[in-house]
Design a protein around this ligand. Structure first.
Ligand code: MN
Length: 414
């Protein structure tokens, strides 16, 4: 464990080993890059203004932008130099920043976190075998639960980038067309089955040209960092619309991400092996080394005016059948390009047991097993006024690297 002259709790999500990047503003300060450290935000624009970073030979203007895209585009060598600089400057015993302490360190509670990245394109995968199996059983029956392609390629779809919002932004219940009774015509109305999906997203920090492909070996060069991701879903709209082209209006009314982007450098100690893949995958999807990450995930629901939250799931990123390197290799195998700011989400991350399922659809099993809330009410899906909170963190030998949370309230339909 590193020690910092900035004091923070042992259980903070943001020790000196983490240093996630985000965008913040205050009433006085315009959008800029911040780095989380304990309860504080390091104002990177103010830090750059001290002149202490001039020797890094990077364009310090990246810290005064509305989004992290220009910073990510500097490349990993540059962002790793920034990380090393911060770990030195904030290490216990280093007093070089003390004269600037008040302008460089702000309390997180006194800033507003903004959408960290201008999201270029958004792809959602479907990479948890447990989730795909559960949904398959509910929508198609046990015999056809996993489609024949599922174990041969990481299934995905292109979603809507501009309806991705940061934690704290509320979303309205969607309206749309559903068919509650298979023997009657479809109806129009409010979705009655609004659901969360417990996911994680990763952000692309390096572009490719059309025609190029990225191998599993080199995929990690393109991944800047990760966020918590809630892929809001209207199950009744989704069920009626999804054949044959996949998700559309049941998904694109909003997705929510956490404000801090945790770099792959910070997550390095938490690599683990993924599930054994059987049958063997095609050569372009084969990989070497540990490509999954041991990230604990949990979902809580806070009903309106409730004094307590209720945890409805705890899962782990390591359960994913298809890893991020395979997802990128597959995404680019046809020559599809990558852009800085592209967002790739994992798909719902369900674990093997019912308390680790990553959506209400699965947890309450299509409404047949309602979930008890601490305030005495029960849930099959998400009600108006409910706030859904996803948290995530890694923990090992006293080191904790956290993601903070993504928190979203569902408001009545407009
Ligand atoms: Mn999803």
């Amino acid at each position: 464990m590193r020690n910092s002259w900035v004091k923070y709790d042992t259980y903070t999500d943001f020790p000196l080993e983490n240093l996630p990047f985000g965008i913040f503003k205050t009433a006085m300060l315009s959008h800029r890059v911040g780095v989380a450290l304990g309860e504080y935000v390091i104002d990177m624009q103010a830090l750059a203004a001290t002149g202490l970073m001039n020797d890094l030979a990077i364009d310090l203007a990246v810290f005064s932008q509305n989004y992290l895209n220009p910073l990510m585009a500097l490349g990993k060598k540059a962002t790793q130099k920034i990380r090393t600089f911060l770990q030195t400057a904030f290490a216990e015993g280093n007093d070089s920043l003390l004269p600037y302490k008040d302008s460089v360190l702000l309390l997180q509670s006194e800033v507003e976190m903004c959408l960290p990245v201008y999201i270029r394109d958004y792809t959602d995968f479907y990479s948890s075998e447990e989730h795909a199996t559960n949904v398959g059983i509910m929508f198609r029956g046990k015999e056809n639960a996993l489609m024949p392609n599922w174990k041969h390629l990481p299934v995905g779809y292109h979603g809507r980038a501009s309806s991705i919002v940061v934690s704290g932004v509320n979303l309205h219940r969607p309206k749309g067309q559903t068919r509650p009774d298979d023997n009657l015509p479809p109806v129009f109305g409010f979705s009655k089955q609004v659901d969360f999906e417990l996911e994680m997203g990763f952000l692309i920090g390096k572009e490719t040209n059309l025609g190029e492909t990225v191998s599993t070996e080199h995929a990690e060069d393109y991944i800047f960092g990760m966020v918590l991701f809630n892929d809001w879903s209207a199950r009744d709209i989704q069920k009626w619309e999804y054949v044959p082209l996949g998700p559309f209006l049941g998904k694109n009314f909003g997705s929510s991400i956490s404000a801090w982007v945790v770099t792959m450098d910070a997550l390095e100690p938490f690599r683990v092996a993924g599930p054994v893949q059987n049958p063997e995958v095609l050569p372009y999807l084969q990989y070497e080394g540990n490509k999954n990450y041991d990230i604990h995930l949990e979902v809580l629901i806070e009903p309106e005016n409730a004094s307590q939250t209720t945890q409805v799931s705890h899962s782990n990123h390591k359960y994913l059948y298809w890893n991020m390197a395979q997802q990128l290799a597959h995404h680019t195998i046809n020559g599809c390009n990558l852009n800085v700011g592209d967002m790739m989400a994992s798909g719902t991350i369900s674990g093997p047991t019912p308390d680790s399922y990553g959506s209400m659809l699965e947890i309450a099993w299509k409404g047949t097993k309602p979930v008890q809330m601490a305030n005495g009410t029960e849930r099959k899906f998400i009600l108006d006024g409910d706030t859904v909170i996803i948290k995530g963190f890694c923990e090992k030998e006293g080191l904790r690297i956290g993601f903070g949370e993504v928190k979203t309230k569902i408001l009545p339909a407009l």
